[in-house]
Design a protein around this ligand. Structure first.
Ligand SMILES: Nc1ncnc2c1ncn2[C@@H]1O[C@H](COP(=O)(O)OP(=O)(O)OP(=O)(O)O)[C@@H](O)[C@H]1O
Ligand SMILES: [Mg+2]
Length: 386
């Protein structure tokens, strides 16, 4: 594979970020450290990213005139938001480099395309079938058996657009809840644990992987990430090799999160990929000299990538509205908590408002009970005990 020619941006260059949420905010803060300006495409002038950026273009992601105006104001475009139309991507790419490329976004936007790509890349995934109507749903149910998971092919996040189907009688209702959108049916993985690897590839082809981290979800939303994942060194190696294969096959420039299951027999199965900084990589902000956002910005700007080193062990706890934010006085008064807030005005239910990192000495991560103890007022005993 020929590496993309190296083309580094100089200080004060402008990095355009499509999307105005917390991933854009933390990317913009990383960009500022390296002397770059950031310009956000968003519909919310007071959103998390707009608050910390030097410029914004206000408008819709599918308005070609808006996209053109945005692209003209920047030197390179990246994303914190994946759901932009194919036409929108083509429009941006006519004006400046888009990193990661539109082709990668198209792959990750659609679970069918993503799973087909992963299989072609030799990456193991759970069994799955595309579902477009009742007949294909029946075929999927027969092939996968029960239970299985029905997911919308596009636009899913935080477990939205998914139904677990436990019995044949539940098929019609699950289908009705998600159709007429294109769907995929996935075999339910009886996983021992969920991990993710953040992989970054530079413009010169250098690939760096952060250590795999273990993820715990609550109500379909990421709750806690523990780094490093307490898994055998061979599994760490395998997970990073899979992530590297994915990055290289996609000719990625930028960062990408790879979510994986480890099944009960110790096999890795990739769940999904996200070509952007990822919630499960937020631990790197306090446990790595160069974190996921720094790495992403370096890659997007064509700069060299230092090793993805970890100098501490870490636990990341998401602050979800409104309950976790009600604990803010205790959070800010706890000296071992390293809080990161996203500047969102309203702590609506289920909304990611910020996160707290806890760091431990290198190789000094406590077990599940010790983690709960360290989390104090933020402990959620139901999650880290499996
Ligand atoms: N095939 C599966 N077998 C078992 N559990 C699954 C399967 N697919 C998804 N899950 C569970 O549901 C969670 C959310 O699924 P998935 O990552 O596909 O959706 P998402 O909406 O994109 O979520 P997110 O935005 O959190 O990444 C997974 O992290 C996992 O805990
Ligand atoms: Mg996911």
């Amino acid at each position: 594979m020929t590496p993309t020619p190296f083309s580094a941006l100089g200080p004060n260059a402008v990095i355009g970020i499509v999307g105005g949420g917390q991933l854009g905010r933390m990317s913009a803060m990383a960009a500022a450290k390296l002397g770059f300006k950031t310009h956000i495409l968003t519909q919310d002038p007071n959103g998390p990213a707009a608050q910390v950026s030097s410029g914004i273009t206000l408008g819709a992601y599918d308005d070609l005139a808006v996209l053109e105006q945005f692209a003209r104001a920047v030197d390179v475009v990246t994303f914190e938001f994946e759901n932009i139309s194919a036409d929108g991507l083509d429009c941006l790419a006519q004006h400046c480099p888009v990193r990661p490329s539109g082709a990668i976004l198209r792959t990750s936007q659609d679970r069918s395309v993503e799973k087909t790509f992963l299989t072609q890349a030799g990456v193991p995934i759970a069994p799955w079938h595309p579902v477009t109507d009742h007949a294909s749903l029946q075929v999927a149910a027969e092939k996968l058996g029960f239970p299985f998971i029905l997911k919308t092919a596009r636009d899913g996040y935080d477990g939205k657009g998914q139904r677990r189907v436990y019995t044949p009688d539940a098929l019609t209702e699950a289908y009705a809840a998600l159709a007429p959108r294109a769907l995929v049916a996935e075999g339910m993985v009886d996983f021992a644990c969920e991990i993710s690897v953040m992989v970054v590839r530079g413009a010169n082809g250098t690939v760096r992987c952060f250590d795999p981290a273990q993820n715990f979800h609550r109500n379909g939303i990421l709750d806690i990430t523990v780094a490093p994942a307490p898994i055998a060194p061979e599994l760490t190696q395998q997970a990073q090799t899979l992530a590297t294969t994915i990055a290289e096959k996609l000719e990625l420039i930028g960062i990408l999160g790879v979510e994986m299951f480890i099944d009960r027999t110790g096999n890795l199965l990739v769940n999904e990929i996200a070509p952007r900084p990822h919630n499960s990589g937020h631990w790197t902000m306090d446990a790595c000299p160069v974190d996921q956002f720094d790495m992403h910005i370096r890659a997007v700007a064509g700069l060299p990538l230092p090793p993805a080193q970890r100098h501490a062990d870490a636990v990341m706890k998401n602050l979800i509205g409104p309950d976790d934010m009600a604990l803010w006085p205790q959070i800010i008064a706890t000296p071992t908590f390293l809080p990161h807030l996203y500047g969102k005005a309203e702590a609506r239910r289920g909304r990611k408002m910020g996160h707290v990192n806890l760091v431990f000495p290198y190789s000094g991560l406590p077990g599940a009970l010790g983690i709960q103890d360290a989390l104090g007022p933020l402990a959620t005993p139901d999650t880290t005990e499996n």
